[in-house]
Design a protein around this ligand. Structure first.
Ligand code: FES
Length: 107
């Protein structure tokens, strides 16, 4: 279980507990948090689950796989250092305290 803070583009914060084994995208979806659309349902085929990871978390997350790297090219204003697709991040205890920020829009 990890407590994850999702920050909408307008600054609204949502702090929720997400069970291990779910993805960071599923944590947002299951809690009705706006700003992560996840059109492809988590198949790494859409880029609408894009977020910016808080700088202090960038190095703590597992590295991006090639497929995630490729899909991020289609995201809205990706940041080479901080952008991630939330459907590709599995929740574990190690993610407790994670902070992610949604982009202005999803495309
Ligand atoms: S939900 Fe489509 S890429 Fe993450």
């Amino acid at each position: 279980m990890a407590k994850i803070t999702y920050i909408e583009h307008n600054g609204t914060e949502h702090v929720v507990d997400v069970a291990n084994g779910l993805t960071v995208m599923e944590g947002a979806r299951d809690n009705g948090i706006p700003g992560i659309e996840a059109d492809c349902g988590g198949a790494c085929a859409c880029s609408t689950c894009h977020v910016y990871v808080a700088p202090e978390w960038v190095e703590k997350l597992p590295a991006r796989e090639d497929m995630e790297e490729d899909m991020l090219d289609f995201a809205y204003e990706p940041d080479p250092a901080r952008s991630r697709l939330t459907c590709q991040i599995k929740v574990t205890d190690a993610l407790d305290g994670l902070v992610v920020q949604m982009p202005e829009k999803q495309i």
